[in-house]
Write a protein that binds this ligand. Sequence first.
Ligand code: GLC
Length: 641
Amino acid sequence: MARTGGKGRKSATPAGDDAMLFDLRWRRGQRDLTGPLSRIYGHQPGFDTLLPRLRALLARHWAERTADLRALDLARDVDPDWFLSQDMAAYVFYIDKFAGTLADLPARIPYLQDLGITYAHMMPCLKPRPGQSDGGYAVMDYRAINPALGTMDEFAAACAAFRAAGISPCIDMVLNHTAKEHDWAMRARAGEAAYQAFYRMFDDATLPRQYERTLVEIFPAQAPGNFTFYPDLNKWVWTTFNEYQWDLNWENPEVFLAILDTILFLANKGVEVFRLDAVAFMWKRMGTGCQNLPEVHDILQALVQAIRVAAPAVICKAEAIVGPTDLVPYLGQGRHEGRESHLAYHNNLMVQYWSSLAARDTRLMTYVLSTHFPESVRHACFATYIRCHDDIGWAITEEDAAHVPPMTGPGHRNFLADFYNGSFPGSFARGADFQSNPETGDRRTNGSFASLAGLEKALDEDDEEALDLAVARIVMGHALIASFGGIPLLYMGDEIGLTNDYAFEDFPELREDGRWMQRPAMDWGVVAGLATKRTPAARIHAAVQRLLAVRKATPQLASWVPTRIVDLGDRGLFAFDRLADDRKVSCIFNFTETPRQISPWGLKLPPGQGYDELLSGAPLAVVDNLVTLPPYGRLWLRQAG
Ligand code: GLC
């Protein structure tokens, strides 16, 4: 047992205690590190030096951690499930579009607090390559802040201000690729073999062609293919996304150490949550789609557990936008249970919300969410969301669609793309196709929450009734992600119903990436009028505030409470129970514009009990033995206490 320099516990200096803590955490961490590291790197020469090098790296960063971050480390080491609490709610924003610069950011914290936010995701803010940068996801320096936003000191100050306000700062860690202007890539380009080994490079087109046979294209319209030839280098480089984003070679343990070094550098600036970007693509194997391979889960476990040694306050969120069966493993399954990412985007819940809304039919949603997803996971949860800065990929499989005859996979995906680009007769949506691929027939969709849910059209047409329905759809979406289990992610502006921003079309740098449509700037003018006007923005904002306040006051909605999907036998309704130890909460959503009536018995509520409807704060209204859900109505019911 490590002691503090031979002194007794009582006389231990803080430094002694800290050294002991590190030692204990390293011992604990090794249990969860050696397995994955030896599986991915164990066969390589020099593996025996990897663990000592890793320990030294972790010790160095731990030594540099400030006292307040160490205090947070200790608190979260004792309560590692802290982020599963029902008071967690996230806000996702671009610093420039939300506040201006990093220096302006702290002044906006009261707005977030007022909304009930406890987690702030600052969209890409590390130094991007000049010109096109995939919205900042092509990073040329992970240790510098985008100069347009401020300095590293201002970043650390913003993190400290968030921390003081009880808000956990989150940033993107792009670890599948760097910009081709990153120092590692420049050295590789200059011929340094050690850095060429950081990337996936090929001397001729033979292997790239073989890989291509089973790869999909992410940006077929603007960046077809997965490899780029550079004549000066005389090599092909793996470039899954854009040409200027070079895929890192995670088979090289130096990449693991270098990225971990960067993460811990940023953690010591005050970052509490890392959004690990595009993780599905980190490992490649010939003959596969090179997504979601088992090694990805080993890498993630190793990263998460290494971070836990040197910065236990920090958690990681996996961004894997994949099909239902590939998604759950990111929260740790089998040998990775309780040891992998703390959070993962629930893109399937998002897709199913939009699918049920367009179809006025929840059967696919009920099937997919009850079949492919566990009721709970250990020490992890989903990040639930309706919209983000990216397009919507219609992740609906042929097999799942076949469970709702006569639906087919391609048929339903086409219907959704048409519905949300507005071309389907009667559609309420205003969105646009993205990355149409004539070869595969695949199309994705852009558009803001409000525009896809009908607000833009209703406002343009000055149609009061359509406007009410659009507001109700939006509030229902917010209610769904606030109650489903997991941390709800509120995308900037969705709390005031910001519609599509078409201005990007005027900027040559942005024009070819339609995702800028759903990245409007925050409208502080609208915010200023919230208290006095009964606009759609004010109605949505008040509803979100209420939802988050009720969520916070309802322990049964914590993310550690299991979620069981309930089939109510009405295809217009979607429902689930939150199975808390004491009392369950039943959440019911009407996905249609017609009122639905249902008996309490039909709602599967034990008879003879009183129920509180948490959102209205009133007892459940049962009239003539029926409960009525208005168009897009939502109920959160809890047995009266
Ligand atoms: C993630 C980001 C997306 C970006 C991609 C490549 O999916 O959300 O915006 O284009 O990674 O970095």
